[in-house]
Design a protein around this ligand. Structure first.
Ligand code: CTP
Ligand code: MG
Length: 248
């Protein structure tokens, strides 16, 4: 089992177009503080996270107002036009800082503020020895294929289908190479695992929690608010999955 602390890159340079509104979604108020502040507190509060590099939009006017925990390195870089460009900017910064290319790094979406500490721990413990992996949840609903009129035309097999989340964890140098190769091929990768798959790797799926949702729409924000409010009773984010969570 590895015990070293790892760096995490947080892409936070998106506009939040599907959320609508003027304020980028990562700065929307959520349970009393900006969404991004929750995400960064979760990460920086975990003992296996050494520090965080956040990729921000150019001239982001909202970042300076965040109140963030001191004590661990928290660096910023300017992100790019696609999520993968923002992640690459963070990886380059880590390499400049002298983080070894063989060391694993995590990448976590700014837009996932409900990440549980137990899931970070499990990802690190399982994905580091596997050479890379990601949090994901097996599909539980029946999956339908639709036609152009939004009618069911088929029921797809549910077995072997997972929904990918973040954090995702890979060796720094290999991930940079895979993302750059995808960029050269003009292939837009929507997560790190996709870049690694294109490079011929088989990232490990590590079962996470359904409530590690990506806040995308206003309804997600309401749900995240409920999840975070529930943490008052006995910090939901700090405990492991319940026994029932593993049931299909
Ligand atoms: N992101 C980024 N740089 C981009 C695009 C996205 O750093 N050029 C970040 C977002 O800030 C977010 C994460 O990647 O934390 C996941 O992306 P997504 O949920 O799609 O966020 P947005 O792209 O901001 O939302 P939308 O697609 O609705 O515009
Ligand atoms: Mg997006």
């Amino acid at each position: 089992m590895t015990t070293e602390a790892l760096y995490c890159v947080v892409p936070a340079a998106g506009r939040g177009a599907r959320m609508g509104g003027d304020l980028p979604k990562q700065y929307l108020p959520l349970a009393g503080k900006p969404l991004l502040q929750h995400t960064l507190e979760r990460l920086l509060g975990h003992p296996r996270i050494a520090g965080v590099v956040v990729a921000l939009a150019a001239a982001d006017p909202y970042w300076p107002a965040l109140r963030l925990p001191a004590g661990k390195p928290l660096l910023t870089v300017t992100g790019g036009s696609e999520r993968a460009d923002s992640v690459l900017a963070g990886l380059h910064r880590l390499l400049e800082l002298g983080v070894p290319a063989t060391q694993c790094v995590l990448v976590h979406d700014a837009a996932r503020p409900c990440l549980r500490h137990a899931d970070i721990t499990r990802l690190i413990e399982l994905a580091v020895p596997a050479g890379g992996g990601l949090l994901a949840v097996p599909l539980r609903d029946t999956l339908k294929r639709a036609d152009a009129q939004q009618r069911c035309i088929a029921t797809e097999p549910r077995e072997s289908r997972w929904r990918a989340q973040t954090p995702q964890l890979f060796p720094l140098g290999a991930l940079r190479a895979a993302l750059e190769a995808a960029q050269r091929a003009q292939c837009i990768v929507t997560d790190e695992a996709m870049a690694m798959e294109l490079a011929g790797q088989y990232p490990l799926l590590v079962e996470g929690s359904e409530d590690n949702l990506k806040v995308t729409t206003p309804a997600d924000l309401v749900l995240a608010e409920h999840l975070l409010a529930g943490s008052d009773a006995g910090p939901v984010w700090a405990v492991g999955r319940g026994a029932a969570d593993g049931a299909r």
